[in-house]
Design a protein. Sequence first.
Length: 169
Amino acid sequence: PLPLKDRMGIYYVTTDFSDWLKWAIKNKIHPLILKFLTIYPNYLYYDKGKENNPDIRISTPRSWHLLSNLIKELEKLDTSEFVRQVKIISSGYLHPEVYVKFRTFVSAYISKGLEKLVESYLDYPERLFSEGFDIEKIVSFVSLVSSLYVNKKIDDQKFIDILKKIDKT
């Protein structure tokens, strides 16, 4: 209300992914969240549709932090239950569109062993197609390789070589 606004300062703050990432690493944000947001940094703060629907859940740095704390508590569960629970709790903390992407990422990364996939296929990505992997893995692999490139974990030539190999298949 206007009388309350008159008694306080209002500041508009923008989110900067690189600053948040430094903070997140220092504060031990869960690796699943770090990996997801490295691929999709624009989801750190996401409020699409808020102007038309003020009740829509938005994704904020704070919601990612709270979700990280809950995910850490679930780590003692077996893999399938961990994935199931992460999908359930993340729906309450994330924007609906972000939730769908995060849920898919969690499945691909953990259930389908994407972490090992990325490591083992960096030198021979064309094997992704020859060994019958599903499209979700291939898309996730390309996204993760792109994030490695953007974050300077692989050099220009390695990135180009991987893309060329994928393109040939």
